[in-house]
Design a protein around this ligand. Structure first.
Ligand code: PLP
Length: 396
């Protein structure tokens, strides 16, 4: 029997605010009724604001981030197309695996887990590709497995410097809606996310930003697709409808989540994530532990991946946290299993939640055999949270 709150400190699915949960509690309705489209036209318009695009389009698919990965690939590319990808964490590895399974010719750059996108290696390969064989560059904006945020603007810059025409695919699953994301300014052609992270929703929606260039590419691309075909979505979406039964309750939740985000303000949301992350990182430093990210410029403001000390199995930390303290911490994925546990500070979070995560991580670490001075991480984070929250303009 568990009493009290079950603490969810994983980096997605994230905590769903009560207003969003309540908004989904509606009777079933006719998804072809003449008054249903209005709900979705508003959602599409607000998602465009969130993705920061005026020239692109946002599409919604039943599914998750993985489904949106597949929709992006199968609509914009053709079998055998050469694409540039880097593997530096669980999710970039999985996206590359999918690209291979779908028959792309994947030019892979392997990096240590904890590194960011390899800007200079991308530049070198794009510069050498004078025949324009590379059709797309894929980047994982925020590697949720390692807590690493890569510089998408820099990727676009090297593409421009080499006058390369490839499409830019960006996985924004754990960044869009929490970290700065500029679809138009960064020239992102396919921006992928899911409903269950920054959007504070249950899982169930794959969300895709598609640039005009990518939409045009989809008309010529020959990879096989059916359920995820952009063309089917686009014709219905114009009037707020879908080519098949949409997840109606999720759409009501998304409406409430977007209202909430607009009330808080996108810039304020970004500033809040930065502040919460700084507190968690201060705690890690006070414990004398390391984060997975190789350097401070790569630190993610949505998730911190913490290396456990030698001799302490991160799986024990996670199990103790879960069984003894009702707290779910993110696990170490793939080769990081046993070496890393993760604290998510993404979505509907605040100082109190992060301090609870830090306090329970201290208890779990100590019980798993780490030498931790109780309260050291909590105090370090409190020093950060005692400072006034910066105005959004100050953090730009
Ligand atoms: N990309 C990133 C960066 C992720 O963090 C995740 C999931 O955590 C995915 C892709 C896969 O998304 P989903 O689990 O929604 O299919």
């Amino acid at each position: 029997m568990r009493t009290g709150i079950n603490h969810l400190f994983i980096p997605g699915p994230t905590n769903v605010p009560e207003t969003v949960r309540q908004a989904m509690n509606v009777p079933m309705q006719d998804h072809r009724a003449h008054d249903f489209g209005g709900l979705n036209l508003g959602i599409f318009a607000d998602l465009k604001r969130l993705f920061r695009t005026t020239t692109g389009q946002v599409l919604l698919f039943p599914g998750s981030g993985t489904g949106a990965w597949e929709a992006a690939i199968t609509n914009a590319l053709s079998p055998g197309d050469r694409v540039l990808m880097a593997r530096h964490g669980h999710f970039s590895v999985l996206w590359a695996q999918m690209a291979l399974r779908l028959g792309l010719n994947v030019d892979l750059i392997d990096l240590p887990w904890g590194a960011g996108a390899p800007i200079s290696e991308f530049a070198r390969k794009l510069g050498a590709d004078t025949n324009g064989e590379i059709k797309a560059v894929f980047v994982t904006h925020n590697e949720t497995a390692t807590g690493v945020t890569s510089d998408i603007a820099a990727v676009r810059r090297v593409m421009e410097e080499s006058l390369h025409d490839a499409l830019l695919f960006v996985d924004g699953v754990s960044s869009i809606g929490c970290l700065p994301f500029e679809m138009d300014d960064w020239g992102v052609d396919l921006a992928v996310t899911g409903s269950q992270k920054g959007l504070m929703m249950p899982p169930g929606l794959g969300i895709l930003g598609v640039s005009a260039k990518a939409m045009k590419a989809s008309q010529a691309a020959t990879m096989r697709r059916a359920y995820f075909d952009f063309a089917d979505q686009v014709s219905g979406n114009e009037t707020g409808y879908f080519p098949y039964t949409p997840p109606i309750q999720l759409l009501h939740g998304l409406r409430a989540a977007l209202d909430r985000m607009q009330d808080e303000g996108f810039d304020t949301i970004i500033a809040r994530h930065r502040r919460l992350a700084a507190g968690v990182r201060a705690a890690v430093q006070a414990w004398g532990l390391e984060v997975c990210a190789e350097s401070p410029t790569l630190y993610s403001d949505t998730v911190t991946a913490i290396r456990t000390p030698a001799g302490v199995d991160a799986r024990d930390v996670i199990r103790i946290g879960y069984d003894r303290y009702n707290a779910a911490f993110g696990s170490g994925l793939g080769p990081l299993a046993g070496k890393v546990f993760r604290i998510g500070h993404i979505g509907d979070s605040n100082e109190g939640m992060c301090l609870t995560a830090i306090a329970l991580a201290e208890l779990s670490l100590a019980a798993a055999g780490a030498s931790i001075r109780f309260g050291s991480g909590v105090a370090a984070a409190q020093e950060v949270y005692a400072l006034p929250a910066p105005e959004p303009a100050q953090i730009a």
